[in-house]
Design a protein around this ligand. Structure first.
Ligand code: NAI
Length: 474
C-alpha cells in the first residue's frame, strides 16, 4: 500500500515510514482471532494511548483557528505528500517552489499519487480533477497571503529554513499558523527568523505524508496555545494521530530511534549478524527489522547524515563503521540491488549476503572485537532496553507529556507491534527493575552508551511503573 521507494530525506525519517508499513495500527485479524488476555490488554492500552495523545492542555485553554487555505513550501517527497493529505481533507493548497521546473515536479508528484489510485480503481478521473481544482502552484511567496496555515518542507538546512521563514513572515497574513516539517532542526531558531514566534510550531509528518498516521506537533518555547490547538485540529481533520512533542534533536520518535539503532549497530559489531538482528526484531512483532528498513529507505541517506554529524560526534563514543563500508561499495539497498541484503532483479525481499558478512567480520577485526554469539532474546533485551531508556530520558526532559504519548508515537509511526502495547507498556510488563538491571549489566562493557536514565532510576527506586505516570493529560 504505502510505498516509500521515492522517499528522499534522512534515514531516520525513512525508517519511520518503512517500519510503519502502511500507517495502519490495527492488524486485520484484531477483531476476529481469539487472543490471550495479555494481548487483549496490550491492544486495549494501545488504542487508548492513540486516543489520549490527542488530548493536550492547549486544546482546553483556547480554540483552534479556522483553516480553509493552506500553503506548502517545497514540493519534494514531503511537500507533495502533505499537499495530498490537505487536498484529501478538503483544504485548498498553494505550493511554493524555487522555480517553475521544481514546481512542475512538485505538482507531478501530487498528481502521481492520484494517478496510482486511478490505475487501481480507487479514484475516478473526475475525483482527481476535483482535488486538483483546489491545488495551485507559485514561485513567489506573495501567493501565500491567503493561507491560514503554512507548512515549510524545504531542504533540511537551518540557514535555508531561516531564510524561508523570513520570507513567510513578510507575506503571511496576521494570525496565520507557520509550521515547519523539520525532522531534527531547532524550531526555536527557526521561529526567531520571524517577528511572530508565537505562531510558529513544528508539524512533523512522516513519509508518505498522505498515508502515515503519526503527526508530531512540536511545541517550541514561544509557540502559543492557539497554534498548538490549531495543529491538533488539523491532525483531526487529516485523520492523523497527533502527539505533542517538545524541541530536541529528533523530537520523540527519531531521538529514541537513534538510540536503539545505535544499540543494534553495537550488537552487530559485537557478534550478531544483521540477519540475526532483523530476525529477532521481526519475531518480536515488527513488520521489518532495522537493516531491512535501511535497505528499503536507501543507505545513502543515513550515510550523508552521518558524514554531516561526524564533526560533532563524541570522539570517545564507539562508532560502528559497517554501514559506511557498505555505502562505500555503492550498496545503498533495494534501489541498487545490494545493501545489507542482495536483491535479485528488483526483488523487494532480500537474501543474506556472504560478502556483507565478510565486511562485518573485517570491521570487527579492525575494531579489535572478539565476536560473541547473541540469542534472539539477548538481542531484544538490548534493543528494547535502549529504546526504553531513551524514552525515559524524553519523558524526564518533558519532551513527551506522558508515557502513553511515547507509545502512541511508536505505534502510529514506527511499526511497534500493537500486541505489545508500546515500548513503555512493554517496559512495565518486563518490569522497570529488570530493565534497569539489564542496562546496568550492559554498562559493564560500554558505560558511555549504557547510562541509566534518571527517570528509570527514580521509578526503580520507588518500585513504580511507567503507567503510574500516565494521566489523561497535564
Ligand atoms: P526533498 O529534497 O524531496 O524536497 C525539498 C524540496 O524543497 C525540493 O523540491 C526543493 O526544490 C524545495 N526547496 C528548497 N528550497 C526551497 C525554497 N527556498 N523555496 C521553495 N522550495 C524550496 O526533501 P523532503 O524529503 O521532502 O524533506 C523536506 C523536509 O521534510 C526536510 O526538512 C526533511 O527533514 C523533512 N522530513 C522528511 C521526511 C522524509 O521521510 N523524507 C520525513 C519527515 C520530515
Amino acid at each position: 500500500m504505502a510505498t516509500i521507494a521515492s522517499a528522499r530525506s534522512t534515514a531516520h525519517d525513512q525508517t519511520n515510514a518503512a517500519a510503519g508499513a502502511d500507517g495502519d495500527n490495527r492488524p486485520a485479524d484484531a477483531t476476529t482471532t481469539p487472543v490471550s488476555e495479555s494481548v487483549q490488554a496490550a491492544r486495549d492500552y494501545a488504542d487508548g494511548a492513540l486516543r489520549t495523545a490527542a488530548d493536550v492542555p492547549e486544546i482546553r485553554q483556547t480554540t483552534a483557528r479556522t483553516l480553509t487555505h493552506t500553503g506548502i513550501i517545497g514540493g519534494g517527497t514531503m511537500g507533495a505528500g502533505i499537499a495530498v493529505a490537505m487536498l484529501d481533507a478538503g483544504l485548498r493548497v498553494v505550493m511554493v517552489e524555487q522555480d517553475e521546473a521544481a514546481l512542475a515536479r512538485g505538482r507531478a508528484r501530487v498528481e502521481a499519487v492520484y494517478d496510482r489510485l486511478i490505475v487501481r480503481d480507487r479514484m475516478t478521473l473526475a475525483e482527481k480533477k476535483d482535488r486538483m481544482s483546489h491545488f495551485n502552484g507559485a514561485t513567489a511567496y506573495a501567493a501565500l497571503s491567503d493561507a491560514d496555515l503554512i507548512v515549510e518542507a524545504v531542504f533540511e538546512d537551518l540557514s535555508v529554513k531561516a531564510e524561508v521563514f523570513k520570507q513567510i513572515d513578510r507575506f503571511a497574513k496576521p494570525g496565520a499558523i507557520l509550521a515547519t516539517n523539520t525532522s531534527y532542526l531547532d524550531i526555536d531558531r527557526i521561529a526567531q527568523a520571524t517577528g511572530r514566534p508565537g505562531d510558529v510550531l513544528g508539524l512533523h509528518f512522516f513519509s508518505p505524508a498522505n498515508i502515515m498516521k503519526l503527526l508530531e506537533v512540536v511545541v517550541a518555547a514561544q509557540t502559543s496555545p492557539t497554534a498548538v490547538a490549531t495543529g491538533f485540529a488539523l491532525a483531526k481533520r487529516l485523520r492523523k494521530t497527533p502527539v505533542r512533542a517538545g524541541v530536541c534533536d529528533g523530537f520523540i520518535g527519531n531521538r529514541i530511534l537513534a538510540a536503539y539503532r545505535h544499540a543494534a549497530d553495537l550488537m552487530m559489531e559485537d557478534g550478531a549478524s544483521p540477519y540475526d538482528i532483523d530476525d529477532a526484531v521481526r519475531a518480536f512483532g515488527y513488520p521489518m527489522g532495522p537493516y531491512q528498513v535501511v535497505d528499503l529507505a536507501g543507505g545513502d541517506i543515513g550515510w550523508a547524515t552521518r558524514k554531516r554529524r561526524a564533526a560533532t560526534r563524541d570522539p570517545q563514543a564507539r562508532y560502528v563503521e559497517i554501514a559506511d563500508r557498505l555505502c562505500e561499495q555503492g550498496w545503498f539497498g533495494q534501489k541498487t540491488g545490494r545493501g545489507f541484503y542482495r536483491y535479485v532483479e528488483g526483488a523487494r525481499t532480500g537474501t543474506p549476503d556472504p560478502e556483507v558478512l565478510a565486511i562485518v567480520d573485517a570491521e570487527r577485526q579492525r575494531a579489535g572485537v572478539v565476536p560473541k554469539p547473541f540469542t534472539a532474546e539477548e538481542i531484544m533485551r538490548r534493543y528494547m532496553a535502549a529504546m526504553i531508556n531513551e524514552a525515559a530520558n524524553v519523558l524526564h526532559e518533558r519532551i513527551a507529556l506522558r508515557p502513553s504519548d511515547v507509545d502512541a508515537v511508536f505505534l502510529a509511526g514506527y511499526g511497534f507491534p500493537r500486541d505489545r502495547g508500546g515500548p513503555l507498556f512493554y517496559a512495565d510488563t518486563v518490569g522497570v527493575q529488570q530493565v534497569l538491571a539489564d542496562i546496568e549489566s550492559f554498562a559493564d562493557e560500554d558505560p558511555r552508551f549504557w547510562r541509566a536514565s534518571p527517570l528509570l532510576l527514580a521509578l526503580a527506586q520507588r518500585d513504580a511503573t511507567f503507567a503510574s505516570l500516565n494521566t489523561p493529560s497535564r
